[in-house]
Ligand binder design. Sequence first.
Ligand SMILES: *Cc1c(COP(=O)(O)O)cnc(C)c1O
Length: 369
Amino acid sequence: MIPVSSPLAQTIRHSKRIQESVDRVLASGVYVLGPEVEALEREFAQFIGVSDCVAVGNATDALALSLLALDVGPGDEVITVSMTASATVSAIKMVGALPVLIDVEPTTLTMDPDILRSAISSKTRAVIPVHLYGHPAEMNSIRETCDAFGVPLLEDCSQAHGASIGGCRVGSLGKIGVFSCYPTKNLGALGDAALITTASADLAARLRRLRQYGWEHRNFSLEPGMNSRLDEVQAAILRVKLEHLDADNERRNAIAREYLGALWDLGAETPVIRQGFSHAFHLFVIRDRDRRRLQRRLARSNVGTSVHYPYAIHEQPGFVDCVQVKGPLGVTESATKSVFSLPMFPEISDDDVKTIVRALEMTLEKGSY
Ligand SMILES: *Cc1c(COP(=O)(O)O)cnc(C)c1O
């Protein structure tokens, strides 16, 4: 079965350089927050086009630390979408704030700027758009609204490493950007890791304190903080992968073009790429009201699929009672019932891409199009 993603294929592809990196760290005797982390932070800040990057343990922590750095806490409201990974909303709960969930645009399934404009209020202390599947949210309008209300914009870039709008990378479009480096992401570690980007030296300094007990220097805390440090092995591995990120995203886009060509010919609903936006194609997601049938048929041709996500945040028991839903979430609720993801990772072979395209043609021709 061709999988939807394959961290293993990437490990095998880079095995020699990964091994060298790990050996280098083992021999160095420095295992947490050392020179590899510092080099990764410099290299990723440059890649995104900001002055600072702070590396931490995972993106849920990264989002919570960012909210703390923005002074968001109990009594505050944070607006985000219900069409996202659980982590986005878990992080808001971690700092004691109230998640306010709004609907997404039908085309890209990212935050609807018009709905944001009517939902934002004097209690809103941060807005978190999610660049879902690798397509940037409509940041120009979102930023206008946030600026008008003086509310900081925190980008959840965990699915969109390298994506951009008008040549500016996501992670440089708000006050803070957060990137998960979980193994399946476009920039994936061999364990948990995350990167925070900002153009504010003050926010970066505070984030560096918050990730390590609030330490300003050793054993001297300015605030309680927490422990969410990145280790040297993961940083060294991420430095190898970062060198290939642009080319990998280009390969993802080439695979997407093959899928799009076939799907257009079949008259199927395809992912949209907005004019002037670049898509990181973390996931290639199509929609069908009878997705189970299509998934079963694709599986018979050895093509794996999965669903991102089968439940919106406000539909899950863990969140129902602790979020506020603003307005109907009709687009989100219909999307969770119809979306499914095709295989998408840079190491898919050309032969496998052909197999997938043929399977789509067979499956959809027999289907309802
Ligand atoms: C993966 C992901 C996260 C969570 O990242 P972790 O590193 O697993 O905490 C957050 N938001 C989105 C949109 C994600 O896809």
